[in-house]
Design a protein around this ligand. Structure first.
Ligand code: ZN
Ligand code: ZN
Length: 344
C-alpha cells in the first residue's frame, strides 16, 4: 500500500510499504479515507522530533474498519470511525485514573520507535491497537474533515480550556492562533467564557478568531496587555492559554493573567525555558502544561461537534491527494495552510 514516509529533514516521500496486519485481538485495521497534516508532523519534518527514515507519519485519521480482532466489541468491519492520535492500555495506574495521555504503555501514531513504533495514518490503511478505546464511530451526518479534528486538534483545544478550570463568565486569552489556538477559542466560548481575547500576528488567523466571537488583538501592532486590562477592570484575564510553545508567549501569559488565575501551556515545549518565577509566585498563579488527554475528552468533543457547538470546518483550508504529500508539507511549512486534509 502507499504511505507517506519521513526520509530526511525537509523530505517526505509517498512510497510502497507493507500492509498492516492484526497483531493483538484488540486491534483493528482501518481503511483511511481522510488524514490530516498537523503541526506535530512539522516537528518531524524539520527534524526537531527525530524518527527513523522510512517510518510512516501522520496521526489524524477517519476511515472505515475493514478488519477487527476477536476481542474488539465497540466497532466492527464496515463502521465509519475516527481515531485518537495516541493509544492507551486502559488498565495501568494512570489509565485507571483517566489520565490516558500518560498511559505507561501509550503509543503515538507516526512518531517512530521513541513513541511506541506505531506506523502513521498518512497511508491507505492503518493498524489501530486497543480499538475499543482509541476509535469512535463517526456520528451520522458528520463529514470526514470535521470528524478528523476530534481525535487531535479540537480535543487539544478543548483540553486546554477544560484543564484550565475556566468557568462560565470568565475572561480568557488565547495566545497563538494556529489550529489548536483557534479550537481553544471555540472551546472557551462554548464553555461560557464571557470574553475571549485572541492574540496572533497573522491577519487571516485574527480574522478567523473574530468570526468565532473573540476580540482579535495583533501581537505587536495591538496591545494585548491593554486589551486584557480593559476587559477585566484592570485585573487581567482569568485564564490564559499559551498555544504557541515559546518562552516569550509564556512570559506574556504570566503578565496577562490576574492574581490567582491560571496559565495553561498547551503549546509544545521540549527544552529548558526560563520563566519569571517571581511573577508566578507573587501573583499566586497556577501553571498547567502538557499534551492533551484526547482519549479522555473525545466523547464530549464529538458530542459538541455533532451539535454544532464546536465547528472546526472553517479551519480546513486545503484538500489534497495523499500522493501530493510532499507538496502539502512544503505548503504547510510556509504557513500557507491551517489544516490540510489528505485523501489516499
Ligand atoms: Zn496532531
Ligand atoms: Zn495505560
Amino acid at each position: 500500500m502507499r504511505a507517506v514516509t519521513f526520509q530526511a529533514p525537509g523530505e517526505v516521500l509517498v512510497e510502497e510499504v507493507p500492509e498492516p496486519e492484526l497483531i493483538d485481538p484488540g486491534d483493528a485495521i482501518v481503511q483511511i479515507e481522510a488524514t490530516g497534516v498537523c503541526g506535530s508532523d512539522l516537528h518531524i519534518y524539520h527534524g526537531r522530533v527525530q524518527i527513523e527514515p522510512g517510518f510512516t507519519i501522520g496521526h489524524e485519521y477517519v476511515g472505515t474498519v475493514i478488519e477487527a480482532g476477536a476481542d474488539v466489541r465497540e466497532v466492527q468491519a464496515g463502521d465509519r470511525v475516527l481515531g485518537c492520535f495516541q493509544t492507551a492500555c486502559g488498565r495501568c495506574w494512570f489509565c485507571r485514573r483517566g489520565w490516558f495521555h500518560k498511559c505507561d504503555a501509550s503509543r503515538t501514531f507516526g512518531h517512530g520507535a521513541a513513541l511506541g513504533a506505531l506506523q502513521g495514518t498518512q497511508a491507505e490503511r492503518a493498524l489501530v491497537p486497543n480499538a475499543d478505546l482509541v476509535l469512535r464511530k463517526v456520528p451520522a451526518g458528520m463529514s470526514d474533515e470535521v470528524a478528523l479534528f476530534a481525535g487531535d486538534v479540537m480535543g487539544t483545544g478543548y483540553h486546554a480550556v477544560a484543564e484550565s478550570g475556566l468557568r462560565a463568565g470568565d475572561v480568557a486569552a488565547v495566545l497563538g492562533l494556529g489550529p489548536v489556538g483557534l479550537c481553544a477559542v471555540q472551546a472557551a466560548k462554548a464553555s461560557g467564557a464571557a470574553h475571549v481575547i485572541a492574540v496572533d500576528s497573522v491577519a487571516e488567523r485574527l480574522a478567523m478568531a473574530e468570526s468565532f466571537g473573540a476580540e482579535a488583538v495583533h501581537l505587536s501592532e495591538g496591545d494585548p496587555r491593554a486589551a486584557a486590562r480593559a476587559a477585566t477592570e484592570g485585573r487581567g484575564v482569568d485564564v490564559c492559554i499559551d498555544a504557541v510553545g515559546h518562552p516569550k508567549a509564556l512570559d506574556l501569559a504570566l503578565r496577562l493573567t490576574r492574581k490567582c488565575g491560571t496559565v495553561q501551556a498547551i503549546g509544545v515545549y521540549a527544552e529548558r525555558c526560563e520563566l519569571h518565577m517571581g511573577l508566578l509566585w507573587i501573583k499566586s498563579l497556577q501553571l498547567c502544561a502538557g499534551h492533551a488527554n484526547v482519549i479522555g475528552h473525545v466523547d464530549r468533543v464529538l458530542a459538541m461537534m455533532s451539535a454544532g457547538v464546536l465547528d472546526p470546518s472553517p479551519l480546513v483550508t486545503h484538500h489534497m491527494a495523499l500522493d501530493d504529500a510532499a507538496e502539502a508539507y512544503a505548503l504547510y511549512d510556509r504557513r500557507e495552510a491551517l489544516k490540510i486534509v489528505l485523501k489516499p
